[in-house]
Design a protein around this ligand. Structure first.
Ligand SMILES: Nc1ncnc2c1ncn2[C@@H]1O[C@H](COP(=O)(O)OP(=O)(O)OP(=O)(O)O)[C@@H](O)[C@H]1O
Ligand SMILES: [Mg+2]
Length: 449
């Protein structure tokens, strides 16, 4: 690496001995690095949060928290940053243990500075490559997660709402029955926004016992309560300037509702047992499969918190209200599972007819599972009714999904919607397929948007 590149790398030195810090700082600054130094682990943790540190060099034994605790912290919060240990003779054994826990390298004090410089270059290069791979992976993931399939009115409304608010800081509440794609919509919102390179942190309020949820969200300081053996960073902090997704927010008990409201109002919080105020920058997205308005009326959910989280409302429609989307979704999942199983299968019209008749209480998730099961079971070239669960293949709908279209105009709207669904809601592409302009495309839909 040349001097110019080195100048861009930020190095953190953690050592309680002023002289050791001074010497190392001078040597590395002379090499063109930006050097930050801290006499203790707490200060080092703060610097890690405030700066984009490329590599850290830490002493092993320090008063008030040792290098191992620092390594744990870096591995949890900044997993891409390599940590090099400097250790006094006699503590080599524990340094070797740290190496197996993920430290980059260790040197016995006083280190051979030439070797240390070489190792630091490698560490910085390692981090650069790692973050390049991570960002490529994130971009791929983001594309996968963005593909909310569906072109029916309700889905387009949801997708358009997500698109229009993605770069604001407003809180978003996503409602809908189970399996309608609420979490997928939250991810689409995050990965389509300017926050996409920041964390997306999901917390399922229904899955974590009420007693644990507070420490999960706020984190705690060492010794805050029995069993708190080390500082733990909570989800509020982990979300950083990214998105915090509170899944099933309706399950939050009253005491935590009050605490969440305070964090949202003050945009700062304290870890449990801590006295330092920490600024919060996350964007809040919540989901619920309950009618939160009703829960407010019943006194189960605070009205002030409801208004705070429901600044923007996105509703995910149930699958039974999205008849035109069903074949497109089924084909999408068929493709996905055929690729995984190395099979080539079709869904014939009679089987698609059965799928369309069903009411899908588990919505898209249920359809996905049914298609997966059928693909695994199928032995021929097409899915047959026998490969569907009996509750679906024997299902009789009491009321037909939609009445037969009556007018030529209705038939035209239905056909246009079908093409739109086949184009995953992409209006320009659908207009192109139909050979008409975007403007007349809208007209044909009769101002349905
Ligand atoms: N529009 C869609 N396009 C493609 N896949 C979808 C779509 N909607 C949902 N899915 C898939 O269906 C499954 C369920 O979606 P998700 O977990 O987002 O639902 P949910 O509303 O959060 O459900 P729950 O209320 O049970 O938590 C996921 O595997 C998701 O990938
Ligand atoms: Mg969910």
């Amino acid at each position: 690496m040349d001097q110019e590149n080195r100048g861009k790398a930020d190095i953190l030195i953690v050592d309680d001995e002023p002289n050791a810090r001074k010497v190392l700082t001078a040597i590395l600054a002379g090499e063109g690095y930006n050097v930050y130094a801290s006499p203790d682990v707490a200060g080092a943790m703060d610097l890690m949060g405030a700066r984009n540190i490329d590599a850290a060099i830490t002493d092993l034994r320090m008063p008030g928290g040792d290098g191992t605790a620092f390594l744990d912290f870096v591995r949890e919060r900044h997993p891409g940053t390599p940590v090099i240990f400097l250790t006094a003779y006699g503590t080599v054994e524990s340094a070797v243990q740290d190496l197996t826990k993920g430290a980059f390298y260790y040197f016995v004090k006083p280190p051979d500075f030439l070797k240390l410089k070489k190792m630091l270059e490698q560490a910085v290069e390692h981090r650069r490559l790692k973050s390049e791979v991570e960002s490529l992976k994130a971009r791929l993931d983001c594309r996968r997660r963005m593909s909310l399939i569906g072109g029916t009115d309700g889905m387009l409304k949801a997708a358009e709402m997500i698109e229009s608010v993605k770069d604001t800081a407003s809180s978003v509440l996503i409602s809908g029955e189970t399996g309608t794609g609420k979490e997928m919509a939250a991810r689409a919102l995050h990965y389509g926004s300017a926050r996409k390179d920041m964390p997306f942190v999901a917390v399922n309020c229904a899955a974590i016992p009420a007693g644990l949820l507070e420490s999960e969200l706020f984190g705690y300081e060492k010794g805050a309560f029995t069993g708190a053996c080390a500082r733990r960073i909570g989800m509020f902090e982990k979300a950083g300037a990214g998105t915090l997704f509170l899944d099933e927010i309706g399950e939050l008990g009253h005491p935590l509702q009050a605490k969440l409201l305070r964090v949202l109002d003050e945009r700062q919080m304290q870890r449990i047992g801590g006295d330092r105020w920490i600024k919060m920058n996350f964007r809040l997205v919540c989901s619920t499969n309950r009618d939160l308005g009703e829960e407010v009326k019943k006194g189960n959910f605070r009205e002030d918190l409801f208004y705070r989280i429901n600044v923007v409302h996105v509703n995910m429609p149930p699958l039974r209200a999205r008849a035109e989307d069903l074949p497109v979704l089924a084909a999408h999942f068929l493709n996905e599972y055929c690729r995984r199983e190395g099979k080539r299968l079709l869904i014939p019209a009679d089987v698609m007819g059965i799928l369309k008749k069903y009411t899908w209480p588990g919505n898209v998730r249920q359809l996905k599972n049914v298609v997966e099961r059928a693909v695994v079971l199928a032995s021929g070239q097409a899915i047959t009714a026998e490969e569907l669960p009996p509750e679906i293949s024997c299902f009789k709908r009491r009321h037909p999904l939609s009445a037969a279209p009556k007018t030529l105009r209705e038939l035209e709207v239905q056909a246009v919607r079908k093409v739109l669904a086949q184009c995953s809601g992409n209006k320009s592409r659908a207009a192109k397929v139909l050979g008409i302009s975007r403007k007349s495309f809208y007209k044909k839909l009769g101002g349905a948007f």
